[in-house]
Design a protein around this ligand. Structure first.
Ligand SMILES: [Zn+2]
Length: 265
């Protein structure tokens, strides 16, 4: 067996790996075997162990991946990359394409991913990555200011988790450097975000703050979610964003534990 496919597995950190791209994106799909280097498998185990420890929803039921080793050039072909479409918990679902309606949870989870992966391409990076996180081991899990994907994450986390809104454009400038300086001070962390231990501490604090916010946010009862979703269908001007909101509402609704084939509250 070649090095890039030396490990074959159907779960990471005890969480089943599913694939649904042969049917419908974002669905639970089927539990399949995937291959990669042992190095990537070990890092995925550690990364999702950390997610299980940090998430207020505990251990996910399953991870929907769009693939690990793929016979093509680049890090997938070297068994060093993974694509994540969605994560399902018992009563919570995180689907990558629904980022605009689930920013805090999305960024909290990404704050865990970035503790282990240097290269993380997300919804904000470019249109092909709106529907999955691409993560690979091609770079160290550090921060540097001329990395657009890292700066995009930092700007989004400053804006949505640390309440220091900045322009989210992937370009390091005075506004971003001023905001991170203030937040590092507030968190009593180091002063230099390019310092590896300061960056890792920022990621840990951002994950826990984000998860705290998600855990405290009110969840509408299923009947109200459905009403909101149906109301939005009748809006005169239904834009792409509203369709996404509708999809999120219906997803939440369809996985609500109290919805056992009846719409009664
Ligand atoms: Zn990928």
């Amino acid at each position: 067996m070649s090095h890039e496919r030396e490990a074959t597995y159907s779960s990471v950190a005890g969480i089943p790996l599913h694939y649904s791209r042969n049917r419908h994106y974002g669905e639970r799909g089927d539990n399949l075997n995937f291959s990669s280097t042992q190095r990537l498998k070990d890092i995925l185990d550690q990364c999702f162990e950390t997610l299980i420890e940090e998430s207020p929803f505990g251990k996910p039921d399953l991870i929907v991946t769009a693939g690990l080793y793929v016979n093509k050039p680049g890090f997938h072909g070297r068994g060093l990359a993974v694509d994540v479409d969605a994560i399902y918990w018992a009563d919570r679902t995180l689907v990558s394409v629904l980022y605009p309606f689930d920013q805090v949870h999305y960024l909290a989870v990404e704050s865990v991913f970035r503790q282990y992966f240097g290269t993380v391409l997300n919804y904000l990076y470019d249109p092909p990555h709106e529907d999955h996180w691409h993560m690979d081991l091609g770079t160290r899990a550090d921060f540097y200011t001329d990395s657009p994907s890292r700066v995009l994450y930092l700007q989004a986390s400053l804006t949505h988790i640390h309440d220091h809104p900045v322009l989210i454009d992937g370009v390091w400038g005075r506004q971003t450097s001023g905001a991170i300086r203030e937040v590092l001070q507030e968190l009593a962390l180091g002063t230099d975000i390019e310092n590896m231990s300061t960056w890792q501490a920022y990621l840990r604090r951002t994950a826990s703050k984000g998860f705290e916010m998600v855990a405290q946010a009110p969840v509408l009862p299923p009947k109200e979610q459905l009403k909101k979703a149906i109301d939005s269908l009748f809006e005169a001007d239904v834009r792409k964003e509203q369709y996404k909101e509708l999809a999120q509402s219906l997803l939440n609704l369809s996985h609500h534990p109290n919805l056992g084939g009846s719409l009664e509250p």
